[in-house]
Ligand binder design. Structure first.
Ligand code: ZN
Length: 253
């Protein structure tokens, strides 16, 4: 964008963190990306994006067709294990010793690496989504609730999804893509994408959604992504008849 004269740099800040130099640029970017021109090649139906547990994010469209899975959770989990080891190594050192300083530097380095890996994976996913879809539907995550989550698997996917949402929001502006932020009380995981039945309980450990009403067996994250894609922005909080998932499905059958 800088080369094409579509981003004007106003200032640059240099920072040194854990022995690395970081340059941050501040400037003004052109509102629309050149890829905005290729709208016709975009997916014609709304695409829902759900945080995955076994993959970084799962995307599917309102017709129930899987759109794309974004891998990378294994890489992140492995990096997280290295982080844990670096933390433990630090705890074993004596306060004030040279060993402690070295262990602290190693920990800071590992933190930076994990963040870089996540950012890279999330950038790839957000780019693929904003360049291929016309309408994206995302869950409006409760950020304060996310930070308190202690479950490792969930905290990794929450952190990645939080970052993915932020990136999609700013990239969507450049690409002229509509983003629907789905109310976080919308039961995207508990609703059956086959018949609209809403389960009362769904444990995080249940990776497959099984519907006792219509018999649908589907990957949990894929089911949620489909429901997000079908969510209507004008849906009233009380879920009145024409907009409930059940009615929506019947009208599309
Ligand atoms: Zn069902």
């Amino acid at each position: 964008m800088i080369d094409a004269g579509r981003f004007h740099v106003y200032s640059a800040t240099l920072n040194q963190r854990a022995g690395r130099w970081i340059v941050s640029l501040t400037g003004v970017a052109a509102e629309l990306h050149h890829a905005e021109r290729s709208r016709s090649a975009r997916h014609p139906v709304a695409v829902g994006v759900d945080r995955g547990i076994t993959s970084l994010a799962v995307a599917a469209d309102a017709n129930g067709t899987p759109f794309q899975d974004f891998e990378g959770v294994k890489t992140l989990r492995a990096a997280q294990a290295t982080l844990k080891a670096a933390n433990q190594a630090l705890a074993r050192t004596t306060p004030g010793s040279k060993g402690r300083q070295r262990a602290r530097d190693r920990l800071a380095n590992t933190h930076r690496k994990v963040a870089n890996i996540r950012r890279h994976l999330v950038h790839e996913a957000s780019k693929a989504l904003v360049t291929r879809a016309q309408v994206l539907a995302l869950e409006d995550l409760n950020v304060t609730g996310m930070v308190r989550n202690r479950r490792l698997a969930k905290s990794i996917s929450d952190a990645a999804m939080g970052e993915l949402s932020l990136q999609i929001l700013y990239k969507a502006k450049w690409h002229g893509v509509e983003v629907r932020m789905v109310d976080r009380f919308f039961p995207s995981s508990k609703t059956c994408s086959g018949c609209g039945e809403i389960k009362r309980e769904l444990n995080l450990s249940q990776r497959t959604y099984f519907c006792v009403v219509c018999g649908l067996v589907i990957d949990r994250d894929l089911n949620a992504a489909i429901n997000l894609a079908r969510w209507q922005p004008d849906e009233s909080p009380s879920g009145t008849a024409p907009n409930t998932p059940r009615a929506l499905l019947l009208s599309t059958v």
